[in-house]
Design a protein around this ligand. Structure first.
Ligand SMILES: C[S@@+](CC[C@H](N)C(=O)[O-])C[C@H]1O[C@@H](n2cnc3c(N)ncnc32)[C@H](O)[C@@H]1O
Length: 215
């Protein structure tokens, strides 16, 4: 394993490193593996679930830049008007700007807001977004920061709903099945679509999940 970059913020440690065996780039937050650049299908599904559900993705918001796969999947759609990315760790953005991670930030449709996705969503005008895509942890049951538990709770999911336009969609990524999240999304949106994504994690078969609430 070779270290590409390391940073410490008030929330803990971030490490970008390259695996020796397969050359993959990995992001770790507080010692927790959050993702690599090999198995990115579920991060992309977070985007395609929104793109296939909304008529016109004029304006969407992504919580968590990470290695940029969700944002890149959005940008591949020529209908996309604008994507606002909320990222809490300035170094994640700096590393991408410095070219340590392939960049999605040069596209004029992308703007980055440094901050907690909860604050960034609250600051949006009501009914101004076609999609909100949340991938800030390993899911509600494997948080990278304890404070992120609020991201999956009813008050914040209700706030997300209030920021969506008619026909808008919320998608939430999780590394495990979460009946609690399913119940929250169902109570706020009236229904919750659960999309399991089979993934190959360095030879190990796993299933990730995307939870979707739609207006
Ligand atoms: C798993 S990665 C996102 C992966 C991304 N979907 C992709 O395709 O590369 C999680 C990201 O969320 C960020 N993050 C964690 N908590 C956050 C919060 N409360 N608000 C905004 N960003 C947060 C982390 O710093 C990290 O960059």
């Amino acid at each position: 394993m070779s270290e590409v970059a390391r940073a410490v913020s008030e929330r803990g440690e971030l490490v970008l490193r390259r695996r020796v065996d397969d050359g993959a780039l990995e992001l770790r937050v507080n010692g927790v593996f959050v993702m690599d650049d090999v198995e990115t299908s579920s991060e992309e599904l977070l985007a395609s679930a929104v793109l296939s559900s909304v008529r016109r993705p004029d304006r969407v918001l992504v919580g968590g830049l990470g290695l940029g796969y969700t944002v890149r999947a959005l940008l591949r759609d020529v209908r996309l008007g604008e994507v606002v990315v909320a990222e809490i760790e300035p170094d994640v953005v700096s590393w991408m700007r410095a070219g340590l991670v392939p960049s999605v930030l040069d596209d004029p449709r992308v703007s980055v807001v440094l901050g907690d996705v909860r604050d960034v969503v609250v600051a949006q005008e009501g009914a101004s977004l076609d999609g909100i895509l949340l991938d800030v942890d390993n899911g509600p049951d494997f948080l990278v920061y304890n404070e992120n538990s609020a991201v999956y709770a009813s008050p914040f999911v209700t706030t997300c709903r209030s920021k969506l336009r008619a026909g808008g969609v919320l998608t939430v990524w999780s590394s495990s099945a979460s009946p609690d999240l399913e119940a929250v999304v169902t109570s706020v949106f009236g229904a919750c679509e659960v999309k399991p994504v089979p993934v190959d994690l360095q030879g190990r078969a796993e299933t990730y999940y995307v939870y979707q609430g739609s207006l």
